[in-house]
Ligand binder design. Structure first.
Ligand code: NDP
Length: 337
C-alpha cells in the first residue's frame, strides 16, 4: 500500500521535495464499505490550487496527509450489502469511480463511489471524456457560454482534456468556426486533422493576439478560457458585440507567487457588451445525465475522439502532475497503477 503526501506547500512550480510517497498497511474494511484497488489516478490542474493554503472552492490539501483526487479501480472486497451512489449493488470485480486517488488502495462507503459501465469506453475514460473534465467542457460551453449554432468559438489549452472536447462539441453542434490554441505543432495538427477544429494556433510559435485575429477575422462569439493571461486579452480584443466568455481555468497563473495584473484591455467589456462568467463543474451536476447520454453516444459512434497521456506507476504520479502543468500531456493526463 502506498499513498502520496504533500509535505511542503510549493513555491511556484511544484518540485519533487514538496511530496513524499509513504508506504504502509493496507486500509481495513469497515462495515458497509468496499476495498478498491486503484487502477488509474487522475492528476488535474485544480490540484495545484489545493497545494496552497488559504480559502478556495475546494479545501487545501493538509500537510503530511494523503492527497486525494479522482480515481478508478476494481472492487476487491465488499463488507455487507453496499449500494453505490446511484443505488446499484456493488460487487467484487466491479469497476468504480471515486475520489480517493493519489494512493494504491481505497476503502469507501457506497455513497462515495459509482459503478461505471466499461462497455461504452475503457474505465479511465470516466476520469476524462465521460467524467469530470468532460462535464466541464459540456456545461461550460453549452450552459455557461450559452453556445448557439453558428457561433465562432475560440478555446485555449485546446489539446488538453477539457479543451479537446469543447472544440469537438462546438463542431458537432454547428459552430460556424472553431479555433483552438495549443503549445506545439503536434498538438495543433491533432486539433485540425483529427478533431474537427477549423483552425489551430501554436501559441508558442506566434503571439496569440495577432494569430487569433488572423484565424477569426470576423471576430469570435464565444471564448472558453482554460489559460487566462495573454489568451484572455486576445479573446477580449477579438470578441464581437455581445460575446460570451466561460472562464474555466487560468493555468498560466497557477504557479504565480504574486497576483498578476488583469487583462489590460478589460474596458472592452463595456463597449462590446460582453458577458464573462466563471464556473465550477460541480455546480452543473444536474447536466450529468444529458452529458453522459449525448457525449456517451458520440463516443460510441466514434464521433468524439480523446487521447490520454499515461505515466506508469504510483511512483511517477508527481512527475505526471508536474508534466501536466507544463504541457507534457495531449488529452487527459493519467497515472496507471
Ligand atoms: P489539460 O489537459 O488542458 O492540461 C493542462 C494544459 O494546459 C497543458 O497540457 C498545457 O497545454 C496547458 N498550459 C500549461 N501552461 C500553460 C501556459 N502557461 N499557457 C498556455 N497553456 C498552458 O488540463 P484539463 O483539461 O484538466 O484542464 C484545463 C483547464 O480547465 C485548467 O485551467 C483547469 O484548471 C480547468 N478546469 C476547470 C474546471 C472547473 O470546474 N472550472 C474543471 C476542470 C478543469 P499546452 O501544451 O497547449 O500549453
Amino acid at each position: 500500500y502506498q499513498e502520496w503526501h504533500l509535505v511542503r506547500r510549493p513555491q511556484g512550480a511544484p518540485v519533487d521535495e514538496d511530496f513524499e510517497l509513504v508506504g504502509g498497511e493496507r486500509p481495513r474494511l469497515d462495515d458497509d464499505t468496499v476495498l478498491v484497488r486503484n487502477t488509474f489516478l487522475s492528476v488535474d490542474p485544480y490540484m495545484r490550487g489545493r497545494m496552497n493554503d488559504g480559502p478556495s472552492y475546494v479545501p487545501a490539501f493538509r500537510l503530511g496527509a494523503p492527497m486525494d483526487g479522482g480515481a478508478v479501480g476494481v472492487v476487491r472486497e465488499v463488507s455487507g450489502e453496499v449500494k453505490d451512489s446511484t443505488g446499484r449493488a456493488v460487487q467484487v470485480g466491479d469497476t468504480v469511480l471515486h475520489g480517493l486517488g493519489w494512493r494504491t488502495h481505497a476503502v469507501l462507503p457506497g455513497r462515495a463511489l459509482r459503478v461505471v459501465d466499461t462497455d461504452v469506453a475503457p474505465s479511465q475514460a470516466w476520469l476524462g471524456v465521460l467524467g469530470m473534465t468532460g462535464l466541464t467542457a459540456y456545461a461550460g460551453l453549452l450552459r455557461v457560454a450559452g453556445f448557439r449554432e453558428g457561433d465562432v468559438v475560440f478555446v485555449s489549452a485546446a489539446a488538453g482534456s477539457v479543451g479537446s472536447l469543447v472544440g469537438q462539441i462546438a463542431h458537432l453542434k454547428g459552430a460556424s468556426l472553431v479555433v483552438g490554441s495549443a503549445g506545439g505543432p503536434e498538438k495543433t495538427r491533432w486539433l485540425v486533422d483529427d478533431l474537427g477544429f477549423d483552425r489551430a494556433i501554436d501559441y508558442k510559435a506566434e503571439p496569440i493576439g495577432k494569430a487569433l485575429e488572423e484565424a477569426a477575422p470576423d471576430g469570435i462569439d464565444v471564448y472558453f478560457d482554460n489559460v487566462g493571461g495573454d489568451h484572455l486579452e486576445a479573446a477580449l480584443s477579438s470578441f464581437k458585440q455581445h460575446g460570451r466568455a466561460a472562464i474555466c481555468g487560468m493555468i498560466q497563473r497557477y504557479n504565480d507567487t504574486e497576483a498578476a495584473p488583469g487583462p489590460r484591455n478589460l474596458a472592452l467589456v463595456i463597449g462590446k457588451r460582453l458577458r464573462i462568467e466563471g464556473f465550477i463543474q460541480s455546480d452543473h451536476l444536474d447536466l450529468r445525465d444529458d452529458f453522459e447520454r449525448e457525449v456517451g453516444g458520440w463516443v460510441r459512434e466514434g464521433k468524439v475522439q480523446w487521447r490520454e497521456t499515461v505515466v506508469e506507476g504510483i511512483e511517477e504520479a508527481v512527475h505526471g502532475f508536474q508534466a501536466l502543468l507544463t504541457g507534457g500531456n495531449t488529452g487527459k493526463m493519467l497515472v496507471r497503477l
